[in-house]
Design a protein around this ligand. Structure first.
Ligand code: HPA
Ligand code: ZN
Length: 319
């Protein structure tokens, strides 16, 4: 029986497996520049975040209809459930779809067709987090938030992803203020490739409750002390860090040191179709390669529920 866990860092577009990509391409008459799934898999050799993002955005061309987004989410939920995921807080990137002429309603309604029945179909509760692309303008992010207004009953929070370096959190101060005023929860990717200062800025300027990745906090002792004191959750993604060369090898991953420092760490899969594993695979890898004990794994699983928006939401509903 896999350890029950919550997944808090998962891009739904990053769950597009090569087989489904080809199926959707055929269904929608989209030509992919790869002969078959083997050739596509050979392209999964990344130098850094940007080289991954190029393929990630390219393959999204196959996602066109509500049914495509429903199929994508159902495939993820089935795989996640098989690896012990009981709750998933799922990122989506609407700007990447709006730019291709796929509107917000198609994306959210499509995803919702799967998420709305996920508890009964897969035994997985879900939340949806709308991510802004940080390499797009702040005005574009604001327009995206505006386009999401009819769907806010389905969206729990906002996040910030895509190319990090050169796009500091402060760029999105106003849109995060607007999101907070709408009652949305706030998270952001920070300290994946970007410097520790971006983590501080995400906390101070954007008011995030959780930091996605946050790996580079380890370069700043005072920041670590603050994250420990304030119990700020970090959503780490070990296999992603290896594939995007944020760490040299999994054996070099700072997760054990981060846990020893008292940080509230969680283990997640990020873009599992591209990085070689779902949530349970990430747990298995840190167990085998980093020698984390069963107690440590249970701590990570407990942290994932503590750091989720689940309990607060339930409490709020009960009030
Ligand atoms: N980092 C930043 N943006 C992303 C990622 C990631 O790992 N995956 C999808 N968008
Ligand atoms: Zn991510």
């Amino acid at each position: 029986m896999p350890l029950p866990k919550a997944e808090l860092h998962l891009h739904i577009e990053g769950t597009l497996e090569p087989e489904l990509a080809f199926e959707l391409a055929a269904r929608n008459g989209v030509e992919l520049p790869y002969a078959d799934t083997d050739e596509l898999r050979k392209a999964y050799e990344f130098e850094d975040l940007q080289s991954f993002l190029n393929l990630y955005y390219e393959l999204m061309a196959v996602l066109r209809t509500e049914r495509d987004f429903e199929d994508l989410a159902n495939a993820y939920l089935a795989r996640a459930a098989a690896q012990g995921v009981r709750h998933a807080e799922i990122f989506f990137d609407p700007q990447a779809h709006l730019a291709r002429g796929v509107d917000m309603g198609t994306v959210v309604e499509g995803l919702w067709r799967a998420l709305g029945s996920s508890e009964s179909a897969h035994g997985v509760s879900t939340r949806l987090i709308l991510c802004f692309l940080r390499d797009e303008s702040a005005e574009s992010a604001m327009r995206t938030l505006e386009a999401a207004k009819p769907y806010l009953d389905r969206i729990t929070g906002v996040g910030l992803d895509s190319a990090e370096v050169g796009h500091p959190p402060v760029k999105f101060r106003e849109v995060y203020e607007a999101a907070a005023a709408l009652g949305l929860r706030r998270v952001a990717h920070a300290g994946e490739e970007g410097p520790p200062e971006y983590i501080t800025e995400a906390l101070d300027v954007l008011g995030v409750e959780r930091v996605d990745h946050g790996l580079r906090c380890m370069e700043d002792e005072q920041l670590v002390a603050r994250l420990v004191r304030d119990r700020v959750p970090l959503t780490l993604c070990p296999l992603s860090n290896v594939r995007l060369r944020t760490v040299d090898t999994l054996a070099d991953h700072p997760l054990p040191a981060m846990l020893d420092a008292g940080l509230l760490c969680t283990v997640n899969s990020d873009d599992p179709a591209y990085f070689g594993g779902y949530a349970g695979d990430n747990f298995g890898a840190v167990h085998r390669t980093l020698g984390l004990s069963q107690d440590r794994l249970r701590e990570l699983a407990r942290n994932s529920f503590l750091a989720s928006f689940l309990e607060d939401d339930e409490e709020r509903r009960a009030r």
